[in-house]
Design a protein around this ligand. Structure first.
Ligand code: NAI
Length: 484
């Protein structure tokens, strides 16, 4: 088409920011405006210090910002002017009311939809970018058409599959782009428009999948459930490895060689985190329950239960190895983000591990290359949310603050410590001077590697007592079995 397409994206977060930056880069003839109600976020997108850390993002933003990529708080103006509106607002788990602890909270989505209906004066394609419960498009459609003033809306589902830490790479070369729409002539036209005017500019045709709306919405929930399930599967096996003397890395390698299974996403760890896996599975579980499918709900719920088990197993291992108490002992925490190459701490297993250690009165000293002290203190001061009893937020004791320090160097964190826990797989933790760390620690000195980043044999040669997830145990640890 000849006319300049205008895109507006509501929500300048981990998804909205990077996806729109890449669309602007790959489609120079499209004007892309990312809007958000948060002024600090928009100010940060317009500065040299972007609000999120993501490898390669700075370069893309630098190239397009001010050319055909803009960040603004003037939500209504840009929504009114746009042909295509992406909605990538957050969709957290509801914390109160009906479905609390499981259902998706669509408050932000609904208010975005009502605002679109209020300000629109021309036909719009509204694209669900956020991960939403299956059938959300129907609700959005109702809000829009009941307030439409004669304007024609087409709702598309275009869930985002990028992973934090590799967002730019994933967006440049996606495994697939999924677009769902109504199976009417107008719906099909809208699907084609999003495909041809946007994605076809850089994504090969055979990677752009078009489906009906409900398949697209459900595929995103299903994909996250499958990914998380692989982690819980290998983590479940890791517990058995420790009990039997098998090595989970060897097992995962041997299993993953089967082309039907594949090698990716089979690393045993202290557990998965991030804003999506838990929330999306809980949501899937809730939808199953609402549709009268309790067996299916329980099946997926187990993925989360194993993840919780893995985190508490890790804490129990730490405490039991250190003579069943960490009270008053300094424990260094290396890594707080939920995975490497991101500063995101949402649902990071580090929060639960730290809570566990604090509960046993440890002194913890935390180092993460990308997470600020403010963020860590905020994360740890929030009570753990109890999914089965959402009304009861467990309060954190006020003394917790005094038990936590945040430092800017791994050597500082480990100085004088009795043990160190690696909770994020940052590359720099592989090449630390562990001899120097050992020399400055209390003895016996313990390493609890929750991400299998260190070579346990090398560290044992230095003198450490080493626990690596799913690896054969030191004699020391065998004598002090962890009870989960
Ligand atoms: P986020 O919390 O980083 O960003 C959401 C943004 O929306 C916030 O900046 C918020 O201020 C803004 N917002 C909320 N209501 C608004 C409104 N009415 N008008 C304007 N702005 C509004 O969330 P994130 O991580 O970007 O996730 C967004 C969605 O994408 C979620 O549904 C998530 O499940 C999904 N997703 C996230 C992925 C990730 O890796 N973070 C990957 C794939 C999907």
């Amino acid at each position: 088409s000849q006319k300049m397409v205008k895109i507006c994206c509501i929500g300048a977060g981990y998804v909205g920011g990077p996806t729109m930056a890449v669309i602007a880069l790959k489609c120079p003839a499209i004007e892309v405006v990312v809007v958000d109600i948060s002024k600090p976020r928009i100010d940060a997108w317009n500065s040299d210090q972007l609000p999120i850390y993501e490898p390669g993002l700075d370069e893309v933003v630098k190239e397009c910002r001010g050319r055909n990529l803009f960040f603004s708080t003037d939500v209504e103006k840009h929504v009114a002017e746009a042909d295509i509106i992406f909605v990538s607002v957050n969709t957290p788990t509801k914390t109160r009311g009906l479905g609390a602890g499981k259902a998706a909270d669509l408050t932000y989505w609904e208010s975005a939809a009502r605002m679109i209906a209020d300000v629109s004066k021309s036909d719009k394609i509204v694209v669900e970018k956020s991960t939403v419960p299956v059938k959300t498009a129907e609700a959005i459609e109702k809000i829009l058409t009941h307030n439409s003033k004669g304007i024609n809306y087409q709702i598309l589902s275009n869930p985002e599959f990028l992973a934090e830490g590799t967002a730019i790479k994933d967006l440049f070369k996606p495994d697939r782009v999924l677009i769902g729409g109504r199976e009417t002539p107008e719906g099909k036209k809208a699907v084609q428009a999003l495909k041809e005017e946007v994605y076809a500019h850089w994504v090969p045709e055979d990677r752009i999948i078009t489906t009906n709306l409900w398949s697209a919405e459900l595929s995103k929930l299903a994909a996250n459930a499958f990914l998380a399930q692989r982690i819980s599967s290998v983590n479940a096996i890791s517990a058995l490895c420790e009990a039997t003397g098998a090595n989970v890395s060897e097992v995962a390698y041997a299993v993953g060689k089967d082309t039907r299974i594949g090698p990716k996403f089979l690393n045993a760890s202290v557990g998965f985190g991030g804003s999506c896996f838990q929330k999306d599975i809980l949501n899937l579980v809730y939808i199953c329950e609402c549709n009268g499918l309790p067996e299916v709900a329980n099946y997926w719920k187990q993925v989360i239960k194993i993840n919780d088990y893995q985190k508490s197993r890790f804490v129990n291992r730490v405490v039991s190895s250190m003579f069943n108490t960490v009270s008053g002992k300094k424990i260094a925490i290396l890594g707080f983000a939920f995975k490497k190459d991101t500063g995101d701490t949402r649902e990071t297993p580090a929060i639960d591990v730290c809570h566990g250690l604090l509960g046993d009165k440890a002194q913890i000293s935390i180092y993460d290359p990308q997470v600020t002290e403010d963020q860590i203190q905020r994360d740890l001061s929030m009570g753990k949310f109890d999914w089965d009893h959402p009304r009861h937020l467990q309060p954190t004791s006020p003394t917790a603050f005094k038990q936590v320090s945040v430092v800017w160097d791994a050597y500082e964190a480990t100085k004088g410590a009795h043990g160190l826990c690696i909770l994020t797989e940052w590359d720099e933790f592989k090449t630390l001077d562990y001899q120097r760390i050992f020399d400055n620690m209390q003895k016996p000195a313990f390493v609890f590697d929750g991400r299998n980043v260190v070579d346990p044999e090398k560290l044992r040669e230095i003198g450490f007592i080493v626990y690596s997830i799913g690896k054969p145990l030191d004699a020391w640890l065998k004598d002090m079995p962890a009870v989960a």
